[in-house]
Write a protein that binds this ligand. Structure first.
Ligand SMILES: [Ca+2]
Ligand SMILES: [Ca+2]
Ligand SMILES: [Ca+2]
Length: 221
């Protein structure tokens, strides 16, 4: 029996080890610090526009936090001369029912404007007809080094019910018309990542369950 228990413990340990990269990624905080985006999914995009294309996107990232029904996003733009004077303005289109159509009742768009001189990010959610749904002002911009902006939106404001709902999305720079991805869209099932304490609980519960089952089998034999 002990060999079987050890075997199950090894199996559960392997599952835990494979989960470590996920666990190692910390929670996203909308604070203008971008270290929290290391290891999160993102899509790089080349510099496409000229000097006046002030919202040429170079990277787009997306994430969720454990036990939080919010979507987190990060947009990086090309850094320009005197960039503090230039607001970064983007539109993020959400296909809420994953049907490739962005114009039905499940679909939304998010207007994001980072104002470097004020240090604030205006985030406005609209339905597909342009009717305002929600509006927030967040502090998620960075103008030192590479220009980036981070922001979050409650899933409820986008009609998203986790964990089974898959969405599609793409983001556009308003002035440059730079689109990421260049063609098609990003498909995403925004499931809040399982926290480390829950994984550890599952590991212990699995081990106890295995011991109980094996002991019962031994009694029957
Ligand atoms: Ca942050
Ligand atoms: Ca680009
Ligand atoms: Ca749709």
């Amino acid at each position: 029996m002990y060999r079987r228990i050890i075997g199950i413990a090894v199996l559960l340990s392997c599952i835990l080890i494979f989960s470590l990269p996920i666990m190692a990624v910390g929670a996203i905080v909308v604070d203008g610090n971008f270290n929290d985006w290391v290891g999160q999914p993102s899509l790089a995009d080349p510099v496409d526009g000229g000097f006046i294309a002030i919202d040429d996107i170079t990277r787009f990232g997306w994430a969720t936090n454990p036990n939080e029904e919010r979507l987190y996003f990060m947009i990086e733009r090309k850094t320009y001369l005197l960039h503090k004077l230039w607001p970064a303005h983007f539109i993020l289109y959400i296909d809420g029912n994953d049907n490739g159509n962005y114009g039905d009742k499940h679909d939304y768009y998010i207007d994001i404007e980072y104002k470097p001189l004020l240090g604030s990010v205006d985030v406005d959610v609209y339905d597909r007809k342009g009717k305002p749904v929600a509006s927030y002002i967040q502090n998620g911009g960075q103008i030192a080094g590479v220009d980036k902006v981070e922001f979050s939106v409650p899933m409820t404001d986008l009609g998203i019910i986790p964990p089974s709902q898959t969405i599609r999305m793409y983001v556009v720079g308003v002035e440059s018309h730079d689109r990421v991805p260049n063609g098609g869209d990003i498909q995403w099932s925004p499931i809040p990542i399982m926290p480390s304490w829950l994984l550890a609980t599952i590991f212990v519960a699995g081990l106890i369950g295995a011991v109980i089952i094996l002991k019962k089998r031994r009694v029957v034999c």
